[in-house]
Design a binder for this molecule. Structure first.
Ligand code: NAD
Ligand code: MG
Length: 396
């Protein structure tokens, strides 16, 4: 790498955003923060601006922008504050930006992530929901613009590392039989089924291995996260849903595997710390220090693998059905899941109601083809309306 790369971090105040800034700060000779965005934790965003001195900071409201701009001037910084989705798209597509970390959670990240893609940036994709919602259109935009799309999800980053460089020729052409997508199984892997309805948001967010934002933590508990990742893998690696097998691996040391026709199975291993895939993607194809401890296999001792139980994890079945249905189904699945998870976190529904709500909404809405982005947003809005109706009837 010859010059310092200018990096925009969308969702800088979140778990992935902070890990990204940790890696960037270890390599000032390679990376410089160009822009940061935050949504609610504005004090944290101010601290990050003081530390990384970005050219721009992006916040959601006029009121927040005024407060942050005043505080930045007070701190003697020249950082300019931009507003809302337009501001996010501007810093994602800015001509001086080399790389964009897409780490906003949920559908809110779609437009800014696509703005980075359409501007032909190096796009580090953590915001899996964006790809799940708009799959074919997103990948078409990548091809059209020549953007470099690098997966941050630990599983997809692992698969990316285990595939040959020319995998875009097709999985069959490079000798891949199937992809083995590992899952920790979350905090409720062994909870008696009759106790599941009463589990609390706090229990759902207390992941046994990974420390993450609240939405993805609940998704990990229901295994909807793995369902979204199955769809993500199909788009990233041009795989059919039946070529992706989910494997529960509670230690989360093997981050995923690729099974080749000659019987070779390649895996990527490492401590469960997102700074590894982040550093891998930031520096790709070079390797840089991420701050992650070396893996101690003697301390880990054992690696276990088991098949997922679809009775325990109905969200995984629903996501696989959406993957197979294609068209508008994944956008619907994603949107109703976002509403369901928010309602669970607000204690308006119980844990098992998450899957019930999703199944009910998916059954109400026919699958339609998706040829333009407006259909994706219409489906997202439609699913949220149906989910709100379900909530009125069944929520607390
Ligand atoms: P988080 O909740 O910790 O952070 C989310 C970030 O998005 C915050 O900066 C927040 O300010 C911003 N944000 C939230 N709502 C927004 C909105 N409406 N508009 C603009 N910005 C908004 O989440 P996270 O755990 O960092 O996850 C971020 C993304 O990365 C998710 O898509 C998640 O699935 C994915 N991911 C996370 C991990 C992980 O270990 N945390 C691993 C793999 C993938
Ligand atoms: Mg993951």
């Amino acid at each position: 790498m010859s010059k310092v790369q200018q990096v925009t971090v969308l969702g800088a105040t979140g778990s992935i955003g902070l890990s990204t800034l940790d890696v960037i700060a270890r390599h000032p000779e390679l990376f410089k923060v160009f822009a940061l965005s935050g949504f609610t934790r504005l004090d944290e965003l101010l601290k990050l601006c003081v530390r990384h001195q970005p050219r721009y900071a992006v916040v959601p409201t006029f009121e927040a922008a005024g407060r942050l701009q005043a505080a930045l001037i007070g701190a003697g910084l020249g950082t300019r504050v931009l507003l809302g989705e337009d501001g996010l798209c501007e810093v994602a597509a800015h001509p001086e930006v080399d790389a964009v970390m897409a780490a906003i959670v949920g559908a809110a990240g779609l437009r800014p992530t696509l703005a980075a893609v359409e501007a032909g940036k190096k796009v580090l994709l953590a915001n899996k929901e964006a790809l799940v919602m708009s799959g074919a259109l997103f990948m078409e935009a990548v091809r059209r613009s020549g953007a470099l799309l690098l997966p941050i999800d630990s599983e997809h980053n692992a698969i990316f590392q285990c595939l040959p460089g020319d995998f875009s020729r097709g999985l069959g052409a490079v000798g891949v039989r199937r992809i083995l997508l590992t899952a920790s199984g979350g905090p409720f892997r062994q909870t008696p089924l009759e106790q599941l309805q009463a589990v609390t948001p706090e229990q759902a967010c207390a992941h046994p291995v990974w420390s993450m934002g609240r939405k993805i933590s609940v998704d990990s508990a229901t295994m909807m996260n793995k369902g979204l990742e199955l769809i993500e893998a199909c788009w990233l690696f041009d795989a059919r849903p039946d070529q992706v097998e989910v494997v529960i691996h509670p230690q989360s040391v093997v981050h995923s595997l690729v099974d080749y026709v000659d019987g070779s199975v390649l895996a990527q291993l490492g401590n469960p710390d997102m700074r590894t895939p982040i550093a891998n993607a930031l520096a790709w194809p070079a390797r840089i220090d991420s701050g992650v401890e070396p893996l101690d296999l003697f301390r880990i001792g054992q690696l276990n693998f088991e098949a997922p139980d679809e009775q325990r994890f109905p969200c995984l079945r629903l996501a696989r059905q959406a993957a197979e249905a294609g068209g508008s189904a994944p956008a619907l699945l994603n949107a109703v899941n976002e509403v369901a998870v928010a309602a669970f976190l607000d204690r308006r529904i119980g844990y098992l109601d998450i899957a019930s709500m999703i199944e009910s909404v998916l059954n109400q809405e026919p699958v339609v083809p998706v040829n333009e982005l407006e259909t994706v947003f219409a489906m997202d809005a439609r699913a949220r309306t149906l989910a709100a109706h379900w909530l009125e009837r069944n929520g607390r």
